[in-house]
Design a protein around this ligand. Structure first.
Ligand SMILES: Nc1ncnc2c1ncn2[C@@H]1O[C@H](COP(=O)(O)OP(=O)(O)OP(=O)(O)O)[C@@H](O)[C@H]1O
Length: 383
């Protein structure tokens, strides 16, 4: 398969949300500056941290009870509040094509129906949904484990909006929100964790009990019907109630539970590798071979391979690739991103692949992975 770019940029790189997607952005390719390609604290175990807050404008009903006129007025007030500030861009949902929405879903910007999205195109780590379940939902992401940084980012946007907008709040309940669980601070943290050693050693249930005992939630990133081997090792650990304690209490709570889980993962990892060297090497080699000898990979298969290689790196079976490159790869092999590449580059696919966009995406995904793995050196060849 050969490729030549339709644009000036001839590297298979991170997709921005431009081109035929119908979303205007300053750059065609988001490149290395995108938040998920950056190194982060403890990024062997923690892929990323998300903080989000929800707010509603005073003097308007919640979105489920709004008239069309209210909806337009809220949207227009939010538009004015973001106008001309930093790198924020306001985009109405009616102006975004399906491929554009898919890219936004891939980047976790869009996770529910809403009237508009506002994105900070600095590093694309902060965004706002308008007229979804609540009038305003702000989210910020950070690579690795950093609840404080994620919280600061999201509150920076909140404070900027509070200078221009009046949010609904009461002394008794705090910020008023559509869902009871969000009343109070409106703040929720979610930490995406990679826990292969805990899962493979059969100790996952004890982690679930621990998380639940702290009134938090843990859920797999993939639904069970999507799981391919190692892709069942990714989990989101989240706070549940916004009513208990202050923002700082909520941050300290999730930070401490995640720290316990991450230490457990590292401890089990080293014991597991010492006690099961052949099993471990087999897991890694099979996945690596699948990556290098496949021609068409689904997203779930790709996640499984990336995860196995990540584990191999942690177990010192390989070198030549970093944790953050692997963490960024989880995003770079998503469908929306690859469709963007197909849209914006003139690839020459094999004849039987040409006829189907789904096959083109699978083919491209395999190539992106193989390119990313080019520098990998096996530290423990099988004798
Ligand atoms: N730490 C994280 N890193 C990357 N993606 C995340 C992280 N936490 C959550 N997400 C993604 O963000 C989106 C919203 O997360 P989640 O499902 O926890 O929220 P929700 O309860 O449905 O809604 P919300 O928190 O927005 O009210 C999902 O697409 C989820 O996969």
């Amino acid at each position: 398969m050969a490729r030549k770019p339709k644009t000036d940029n001839n590297k298979i790189d991170d997709a921005g949300t431009s081109g035929k997607s119908g979303i205007s952005t300053p750059s065609a390719t988001a490149g290395e500056n995108v938040w998920f390609s950056l190194p982060g604290n403890n990024d062997d175990v923690v892929i990323s941290t998300r903080a989000r807050i929800v707010r509603n404008l005073a003097d308007f009903p919640f979105p489920s009870k709004m008239s069309d006129d209210d909806r337009r007025r809220v949207q227009s007030l939010v538009y004015d509040a973001f106008s001309g500030v930093e790198n924020w861009r306001f985009i109405e949902m009616s102006g975004i094509s399906e491929p554009g929405k898919e890219i936004l879903r891939d980047k976790n910007v869009l996770d529910e129906e809403c009237g508009a999205v506002v994105i900070n195109y600095g590093d694309e780590s902060s965004s706002c949904l308008v007229n979804g379940t609540d009038h305003i939902k702000l989210s910020s992401f950070v690579a690795g484990l950093d609840c404080e940084k994620a919280m600061k980012k999201v509150y920076h946007t909140d404070e900027m909006l509070q200078e221009k907008l009046q949010f609904a709040a009461s002394i008794d309940f705090g910020y008023l929100t559509s869902m009871v669980k969000d009343c109070g601070t409106g703040l929720k943290f979610s930490v995406r964790m990679f826990l292969p050693s805990i899962v493979l050693s059969g100790q996952f249930e004890s982690v679930v009990s621990l998380v639940h005992s702290k009134k938090m939630s843990i859920k797999p990133v993939f639904k069970s019907d999507q799981i391919a081997d190692f892709s069942n090792c990714l989990f989101d650990v989240s706070t549940v109630s916004c009513a208990e304690g202050t923002e700082l209490d909520q941050m300290a709570g999730i930070h401490s539970i995640v720290s316990v889980i991450l230490k457990k993962e590292r401890k089990i990892r080293s014991n597991f590798a010492d006690n099961n060297p052949t099993v471990v090497l087999n897991f890694f080699k099979q996945s690596y071979a699948r990556a290098m000898y496949s021609l068409l990979l689904s997203y779930e298969e790709a996640v499984s391979i990336i995860s196995a290689v990540k584990w191999g790196l942690q177990l010192k079976l390989i070198k030549g690739i970093s944790e953050c490159e692997l963490n960024g790869l989880y995003y770079r092999v998503k469908d929306g991103h690859l469709k963007y590449l197909c849209d914006n580059y003139a690839f020459t696919f094999e004849d039987d692949v040409k006829s189907s966009l789904q096959l083109q995406i699978k083919r491209l995904r395999t190539i992106v992975i193989q390119q990313a793995f080019e520098g990998i050196v096996n530290e423990k060849p099988v004798s």
